[in-house]
Write a protein that binds this ligand. Structure first.
Ligand code: ADP
Ligand code: ASP
Ligand code: MG
Length: 407
């Protein structure tokens, strides 16, 4: 008998019929003699609707109250799904994040899971019950409800799988696996049979929303066997696992894109030691993640520092910098929100010179200007205009012939 943790995303439980479909899939697993813990997201676009509802009342609500509101989406799903399983005649219980003992940090809207107390789940499993858990939520040390960041239900599932030492963590969604690019943008994209934890982590962090990046981080850390599959069929999915054999490492595994990006330039910063530290320490202390960073050579006495943040953090970052211009000894700040990031990811890249050049060639041929570039051993990212994203992803996918990938 195995213990399986499954996760169904919002589109998989969008209406009553889909909820019944998921219930049937859960009991099918139970019929095989397995214990099942199912994590579920809010139905369809519920989370977006809740955000709009909040904005009608207050354009700057506190993050605590937003978490209180957004966590209700998942609560609707767990109760409805539990009712669907009841209807099929199986013992079941729905539990919220706090009921499951998911303790998190206090960073509302982007909390990290600190610990999970599995006592309750274990007790219910011993009674033979199917467990349905609300994704995306937890509780902090003050007993306040927190959420884990958009797409965070994946992380709930992997964290539970790690804590329960589950035999498998299955992520069910509206596509049947991880592709070489978002199949909605590139219909010719190839489905991958497997992808390494490191590559998947890069893809997720660089905008491929198929998995929440923290879920991959946890899967890698705790060696959780992870598979991404469709909730609408029975096709083989994509396994996310350790890929150690050099010959199995692809030069480029996929293209990711992210439009939730904004560029900030802090102008005329004094050219002396400690200035970059001051700037990025200020942003870090305010929980603003920074990505691509470029420092210009600058003029005699000063220089400019440009960097990217997520669009959702733009307003906060700008406010913070403007308030601290004197402290930062800077002259001013500029920004652009209509930018995007395209990236290639591949574990074999490190041994293959010329990969970055090929990406730049693809962009040049498509007449796309590059604003910033950043590289690591397994990725190259370029900042471009947002309107060029689709063209860029297709051109790069084509250049590396990713439609021909066969694993
Ligand atoms: P869920 O609600 O199930 O969590 P998401 O919308 O968060 O689903 O994630 C699934 C979506 O991720 C797909 O519909 C697809 O458009 C998108 N996606 C982005 N990049 C990729 C990729 N490389 N492979 C597969 N899907 C991708
Ligand atoms: N419902 C949340 C969101 O829309 C969490 C998730 O879907 O994983 O971001
Ligand atoms: Mg998701």
């Amino acid at each position: 008998m195995a213990l399986i943790v499954q996760k169904y995303g919002g589109s998989s439980v969008a209406d009553a019929q889909k909820v019944m479909n998921v219930a049937k899939r859960i009991v099918r697993e139970k019929d095989k003699g397995n214990d099942v813990v199912t994590v579920v997201s809010a139905q369809g676009d519920t989370t977006d609707h809740l955000i709009e509802m909040a904005k009608e009342i207050n354009s700057h609500p506190s993050k605590r109250e937003m978490d209180m509101l957004l966590s209700t989406g998942e609560q609707i799903s767990i109760s409805l799904l539990a009712m669907a399983v009841e209807r099929l005649g199986y013992p079941v219980i729905s539990l919220t994040g706090p009921q499951v003992g998911i303790k998190t940090s206090s960073v509302h809207s982007n909390a990290r899971i600190i610990s999970i107390d599995i006592t309750r789940i274990k007790k219910e499993l011993q009674k033979g019950k199917i467990i349905i858990v609300a994704g995306f939520q937890g509780v902090d040390e003050n007993n306040d409800i927190t959420t884990l960041g958009r797409g965070g239900s994946d992380t709930t599932a992997v964290a539970l799988a790690a804590a329960l030492k589950a035999d498998f963590c299955e992520i069910y969604t509206d596509v049947d696996g991880v592709y070489t690019a978002d199949p909605r943008l590139v219909p010719q994209a190839s489905k991958l049979k497997y992808i390494s934890y490191d590559e998947m982590l890069e893809m997720a962090s660089l905008g491929a929303r198929i998995l929440h990046n923290r879920s991959v981080e946890l899967a890698k850390k705790y060696r959780v066997p992870l598979v991404v599959k469709s909730s609408f069929g029975d096709n083989d999915g994509t396994y996310v696992k350790e890929v150690e054999k050099v010959e199995d490492k692809m030069v480029v595994t996929g293209v990711a894109h992210d439009t939730n990006v904004a560029r900030i330039a802090v102008l005329g910063i004094k050219d002396k030691p400690g200035m970059a530290y001051k700037l990025f320490d200020l942003l870090a202390k305010n929980n603003i993640d920074v990505d691509v960073i470029i420092q210009s050579i600058g003029r005699e006495e000063d220089k400019d520092i440009s960097f990217t943040v997520s669009s959702s953090n733009l307003e906060k970052a700008l406010e913070l910098i403007k308030e601290n211009l004197d402290y930062l000894e800077a002259r001013g700040v500029k920004y652009r929100d209509n930018v995007a990031k395209v990236s290639i990811v591949g574990a074999g890249m490190v041994n293959n010179p010329g990969v970055a050049a090929l990406m730049f060639e693809a962009l040049a041929e498509a007449n796309i200007n590059i604003g910033m570039i950043t590289t690591s051993e397994i990725k190259v990212s370029c900042l471009i205009n947002e309107e060029d994203v689709e063209k860029a992803v297709k051109a790069i996918h084509d250049k590396f012939q990713l439609h021909k990938i066969h694993q």
